[in-house]
Design a protein around this ligand. Structure first.
Ligand code: ADP
Ligand code: MG
Length: 633
């Protein structure tokens, strides 16, 4: 029987963790070794068995060609994007990679995509949780950096799927950290999340309003973190060893690995002690010993931690905020355990940062809080809001049965977007708004969420009304759609619920479908749109010919228009949208002056406020046509 637990997972660059909600507080689930952190390292042992976590670390030193770490840096990215990473990390790409292809990394003789490698880490966390609960675990919330783009988020979801996890939600890491501290229970305020991990530094500024988190600025340095401190301490030790012992061990992998282990231990000790010893056995029976005082350590790391100041100031600037306007500061990442880092943060933002929770666990704890909310929650969390990205695009149907996306898939919520439309029939007084969810090009292939009519639009020629359609998703995932005809001020509005009514399986199928059919969809959409446009221009031309403006054209102009009109009629019903488009463009060009002359009259009539005489136009159909895409904005 599957357990009911939905776990929260921090899939980190250096370390990953899994947590769950125990009664009313989130707790981290330890691995078999009793440790909470699972290093994000994957290796192949001598028997080609996959090894993950602490046990995999020794392979990084002994057989580096059979191990990989920091794979989060490669998620959802192409060969072109990762040149910088390749200079700094010993990633071994598959030899037969082409631009535009999903990356593959070599581990031993095999190659893996980044989501597959991440999936191996996730699988380990899943196993740890299953051992802990004594039951299968199949559902998870996974965190991602706030700045992750669509491809990186999708790759993370894919990793979950490959690991056999249904990823219910991706949550931004700074949001998760804020949730772990229960900051969502305050109503308003600005939260700064300062995250200094192993190899990355992220600063996020969140705005909390009525329990809703909004990321208002992010900045950072993708190559700054605890690793830099380790490397500095190693360099100092290597210098000492050369100077004092006359020994050059820089090329001795084994010796460097021992030094690394020793300096990291010293660094960690210095977060809670005034001094620490580095003690390393070297080849040839020699020993390196040194005591580092906190004072010397702080002097050494000053230039490294100072590099976080610039991104913080930039983020504040981008958010248009002064340090005095910050209400809460949250520390995330193992390196923020360093007291000097805490003081720097406190000085920068003029606030004592939250430190009650372990900074390297806080993201996973927040993911567990979110997981619990999604699972129906306890009494305590029931009131809390859901935070996420929209799993599928949202839009409306436009003329020709085509989907026009207004809020794109994976936009962070709350989100809002506005698009402008117009009518496709003269004198149309009702406009049908058909709200859709999905990735497909045609409305009939998307999920219909709601329909409503914008009524009482004053009759105007087709193309004249300016209909503003606004989509707003609040933090509950509830979509509100409103439509307003701007010239008349006529309004209609509807709540659409629930936005997240699809199961992940449905989402998956819909996404797969959209990939499978993308090409055919695209062609069909092009044909439909081209035909519709052809009809529109031909109808307009028929009307133009009985308009006094027609007589103002030269006979040559009129003749030219007639020829192009016939040419368009001839190709219009075929399936070659290129030909239809060419016909439309040619006719458009030829009728430009006629359109201008007609428009002048129409606009001046409308602006004079004279309601247009209904008899000038055929009455708009009662049910209302869907809107048409407008040229303006
Ligand atoms: P990431 O988010 O990059 O996966 P973490 O948040 O787990 O990483 O941070 C890992 C980093 O924190 C490592 O560089 C580690 O050495 C450092 N770290 C962990 N504990 C301490 C400590 N007590 N003092 C100083 N640095 C620490
Ligand atoms: Mg982290």
């Amino acid at each position: 029987m599957a357990s009911d637990y939905i776990v929260g997972i921090d899939l980190g660059t250096t370390n990953s963790l899994v947590a769950y909600m125990q009664d009313d507080a989130p707790v981290v689930i330890p691995g078999e070794d009793g440790l909470n952190l699972v290093p994000s390292v994957v290796a192949l042992d001598e028997k080609n068995q996959i090894i993950v976590g602490n046990a995999a670390r020794k392979y990084l030193i002994e057989t580096p060609e059979r191990a990989v770490y920091s794979v989060k840096r490669l998620m959802g990215r192409g060969v072109e994007d990762i040149q910088e990473e390749l200079k700094l990390f010993p990633f071994q790409l598959a030899e037969d990679l082409h631009a535009g292809e999903v990356l593959r990394i070599k581990i031993g003789e095999r190659t893996y995509t980044p989501p597959e490698i991440s999936a191996l880490v996730l699988r380990q966390l899943k196993r740890n949780a299953e051992r802990f609960f004594g039951a299968p675990v199949t559902q998870a919330v996974i965190t991602v950096p706030a700045y992750f783009n669509d491809a990186q988020r999708q790759a993370t979801k894919d990793a979950g799927r490959i690991a056999g996890l249904n990823v219910l939600r991706l949550v931004n890491e700074p949001t998760a950290a804020s949730l772990a501290y229960g900051l969502d229970k305050k109503t308003n305020g600005i939260i700064v999340v300062y995250d200094l991990g192993g190899g990355t530094f992220d600063i996020s500024i969140l705005k909390l309003h009525d329990g809703i988190f909004e990321v208002i600025a992010t900045n950072g340095d993708t190559h700054l973190g605890g690793d830099d401190i380790d490397n500095l301490l190693i360099a100092v030790a290597l210098d000492d060893i050369r100077g004092d012992l006359g020994l050059d061990v820089r090329r001795n992998g084994e010796a460097v690995a021992r030094i690394r282990k020793a300096v990291i231990e010293a660094k960690i000790a210095l977060s809670s002690q005034p001094a620490a010893k580095v003690d390393v056995d070297l080849p040839g029976g020699k020993k390196y010993q040194r005591e580092i005082s906190l004072e010397v350590f702080e002097q050494m790391i000053q230039p490294i931690i100072d590099r976080t100041v610039g991104p913080c100031k930039q983020a504040l600037k981008d958010a248009g905020l002064k340090p005095e306007q910050i209400d809460e500061v949250v520390l995330v990442g193992g390196s923020t355990r360093i007291p000097k880092v805490r003081r720097l943060v406190q000085d920068l933002f003029g606030r004592v940062p939250h430190t009650d929770l372990n900074p390297d666990e806080v993201v996973a704890l927040g993911a567990a809080v979110q997981a619990n909310i999604l699972g129906g929650g306890s009494e305590i969390t029931k009131e809390m809001l859901l935070l996420d990205v929209t799993p599928l695009s949202l839009g409306i149907e436009v003329a020709g049965g085509v989907t026009d996306k207004i809020i794109l898939r994976n936009s962070t919520v709350p989100a809002s977007a506005t698009q402008y439309y117009t009518t496709q029939v003269d004198g149309q007084t009702n406009v049908a708004i058909h709200v859709l969810q999905g990735e497909r090009e045609l409305a009939r292939d998307c999920r219909s969420l709601a329909r409503f009519d914008l009524k009482g639009v004053p009759p105007m020629p087709a193309g004249m009304p300016r209909i503003e359609v606004k989509f707003l998703i609040d933090a509950n995932g509830i979509l509100r759609v409103s439509a307003r005809e701007q010239r008349s001020g006529q309004e209609a509005e509807i709540d659409v619920q629930p936005t997240y009514g699809l199961t992940d399986e449905q989402v998956e199928n819909m996404l797969l479908e959209s990939f499978d059919y993308a090409e055919e969809d695209f062609r069909q959409r092009q044909v439909i749109e081209a035909r519709r446009e052809a009809d529109t221009i031909l109808t307009a031309l028929a009307k133009g010919k009985i308009n006094p403006a027609w007589q103002e054209l030269t006979s040559e102009e009129r003749g030219n228009v007639g020829t192009l009109e016939q040419a368009l009629v001839a190709v219009k019903d075929g399936d070659d949208y290129h030909a239809i488009r060419e016909g439309i463009d040619a006719l458009n060009q030829a009728t430009m002056r006629l359109a201008e002359l007609m428009m002048d009259t129409a606009v001046s009539t409308a602006l004079k406020g004279k309601a247009m005489d209904d008899t000038d136009f055929e009455e708009g159909p009662r049910a209302g046509h869907p809107v048409a895409k407008a040229d303006f904005e």
